[in-house]
Design a protein around this ligand. Structure first.
Ligand SMILES: Nc1ncnc2c1ncn2[C@@H]1O[C@H](COP(=O)(O)OP(=O)(O)OP(=O)(O)O)[C@@H](O)[C@H]1O
Length: 218
């Protein structure tokens, strides 16, 4: 069964339709890369899948539940519990340490303290940053910040991880390390992945590559 499903999805900004009638099924644990020229609508589509914006046509279902019809409160709840997001520029909170950044989504979900501690210790080890747990984001390299962001996005065991050019701001070696982690951790945790990317190397860690042009899948 599809964990995330888009049917006939369209999006317009003013009179201009930037996405047209997109159909997309994401299987549980499946990794999909979304490639296409700049401006073709990749980020717009990812934002719809993540409930950050609403479509002007069609439907988006997460675990069979309509994202496009959910109330803002329900959407926020689903985003915290069922979806994880990784961005090109990491979006770590600068006034929290690496470990505190990781803990934050679990605190918002009101996990018990002992479970938060255990889960964060496991994840910070899994991304190879146990020795940097107390560092501030400003003390970390780009690759390290993105590894914290990947761990944070997976902390609540989301069904789906959405990544928008997660290696776009990294040098090649750091980018490759982040890609390996994305593949390894989503596999181990059973999370599906939709990754917007310009990089064929990034697409290489995915089961399926979707190409988009001018708001449509090729
Ligand atoms: N809030 C907005 N208001 C108006 N137009 C927008 C808005 N957001 C995106 N667009 C337009 O929608 C189109 C698709 O943008 P989008 O960011 O989804 O493309 P993309 O494929 O992710 O591009 P890139 O690879 O450069 O990030 C572009 O023409 C963009 O200018």
């Amino acid at each position: 069964m599809a964990v995330l499903q888009a049917t006939g999805v369209g999006k317009r900004f003013g009179p201009r339709w930037v996405l047209r009638s997109l159909d997309f099924d994401l299987g549980a644990g499946e990794r999909v890369a979304l490639l296409g020229p700049s401006g073709c609508g990749k980020t717009t589509f990812l934002n719809l899948l993540g409930g950050l914006d609403r479509p002007d046509a069609g439907a988006i279902l997460l675990d069979g539940e309509s994202l496009h019809l959910a109330t803002p409160a329900r959407l926020a709840d689903l985003r915290r519990s069922r979806l994880g997001t990784v961005f090109q520029f990491f979006h770590l909170i600068p006034t929290l340490t690496a470990e505190e950044n990781l803990e934050l989504p679990l605190r918002m979900l009101k996990w018990p303290e002992a479970r938060i501690r255990a889960r964060c210790a496991e994840l910070i080890r899994a991304v190879g940053l146990a020795s940097r747990a107390q560092a501030w984001p400003a003390e970390l390299s780009g690759g390290e910040m993105q590894r914290v962001a990947v761990a944070r996005a997976l902390a609540a065991r989301p069904a789906v991880l959405l990544a928008d050019e997660p290696t776009g701001n990294l040098d090649r070696a750091s980018g490759e390390a982040v890609l390996s982690l994305l593949a390894e951790l989503t596999e181990r945790e059973g999370s599906a992945l939709v990754m917007v990317t310009h990089s064929e190397a990034a697409a290489g860690i995915c089961h399926r590559v979707l190409r988009m042009e001018d708001g449509r899948f090729l």
